[in-house]
Design a protein. Structure first.
Length: 372
């Protein structure tokens, strides 16, 4: 084997790549698409307002449990509380408020747990609300997204406002026009034309088919023209070739003919800027219509719904908890506080409700004044 053969093959491949139309366009047309002016969106910070409150609330259920146990040992026996000449017995108050607080905590804990568990349907316990309604949740979310967030009308409006099609077309047009003015590009394009024509016309079956059809068309056109038909027949006799053979030879010489008349390619490239400017608006219109047709064919609701339905129950639970876990825990522990308040109402309804009404009105008015 000749050592130079691999190198020759490599050179041929490189030469073929340089003469490939796609590689020519890629080398000479640099299309830098406009970048979005909007900065990349960042994940919103987690809600931290409840962090300190949650730290304070966490020990409350354990304290209530200790108070409940302590109430069996001592619970204000035979003690009273005096207020505005009224006597309020304190006996049993520790057990009442501790039990009420633990019930409030457990009620909220059970309610929040039932949102997600059990993951799978059980004979007696049933299934969590969110896993059981996963398909409906996916449908409602996808419908909301498709109707209010990224519906076709909003996408069209965004395209129109951003002038993205005009910007991309202008960028492509400028890059193309600067390329066709380059002598290197024109020379490579001419070489590609010659190579392409050469590869086509040197296909024997192609030449035979074309020459056969052309000769048949010529003969058919000369049926009613005896003089021209006689002249053609005389010419073929003098040449010693049939009409089909003459046409086939002319096709074989086509690359040479093309190479001798390269002026039409330069004329085409010289006229291209003006032609491109003439059709720019029509080009924008056609591309816009095409994009709008594609948008109208997109079923955004179905796309979102199918993706959400691929989430299993555990993944859906984690997705919701990652966004709301701190708030859910705060609600859970606040149940203990509300339970304690309910315990005071059970112990002494009139006094407790009066105090709570005054406290609630004070908090509401203060908040409103600060808000304004």
């Amino acid at each position: 084997m000749n050592i130079s053969e691999p190198n020759d093959r490599l050179k041929e491949e490189q030469s073929s790549d340089r003469k490939d139309l796609r590689s020519i366009l890629t080398r000479h047309i640099n299309l830098d698409l406009p970048q979005s002016s909007a900065p990349p969106s960042e994940e919103p910070p987690k809600f931290r307002q409840t962090t300190g409150l949650l730290t304070f609330l966490k020990p409350i259920p354990f304290l209530l449990g200790l108070v409940f146990l302590f109430s069996f040992y001592w619970d204000f026996p035979e003690l009273t509380f005096s207020f505005m000449s009224f006597e309020f017995p304190l006996n049993g108050i520790l057990r009442i408020i501790s039990v009420s607080g633990m019930i409030g905590f457990l009620t909220n804990w059970i309610a929040i747990t039932m949102l997600f568990r059990p993951l799978n349907k059980r004979p007696l316990l049933g299934q969590g609300l969110i896993p059981a309604q996963k398909d409906r949740i996916a449908w409602r979310l996808s419908t909301a997204v498709a109707e209010d967030l990224i519906n076709p009308d909003l996408i069209k409006s965004k395209i129109e406002d951003s002038n993205v099609i005009q910007n991309y077309r202008s960028q492509l047009q400028n890059s193309l026009l600067s390329s066709v003015e380059s002598e290197t590009f024109r020379d490579e394009f001419k070489d590609w034309v010659v190579d392409y024509v050469h590869s086509v016309v040197h296909d024997n079956s192609f030449r035979e088919r074309v020459s056969f059809y052309v000769s048949k068309e010529i003969e058919t056109g000369l049926i009613d023209k005896p003089v021209e038909r006689t002249a053609l027949k005389t010419y073929t006799i003098l040449k010693g070739q049939s009409l089909q053979e003459m046409i086939e030879n002319s096709i074989a010489d086509l690359p040479i003919t093309v190479e001798r008349n390269f002026g039409f390619i330069d004329e085409f490239f010289d006229e291209l800027p003006a032609k491109a400017e003439e059709v720019s608006e029509e080009f924008d219109r056609l591309i816009t219509e095409l994009i709008y047709k594609l948008i109208n064919r997109l079923d955004i609701r179905k796309f979102v719904e199918e993706n959400l339905q691929q989430y299993d129950e555990k993944r859906l639970e984690l997705m919701i908890k990652n966004a709301t876990n701190e708030q859910l825990k705060t609600i859970q522990y606040l149940g203990a506080i509300l339970g304690v308040i309910g315990g005071f109402v059970i112990w002494e309804p009139v006094l407790s409700l009066t105090f709570l009404t005054l406290l609630g009105a004070t908090v509401f008015l203060t908040d409103r004044a600060l808000y304004q």
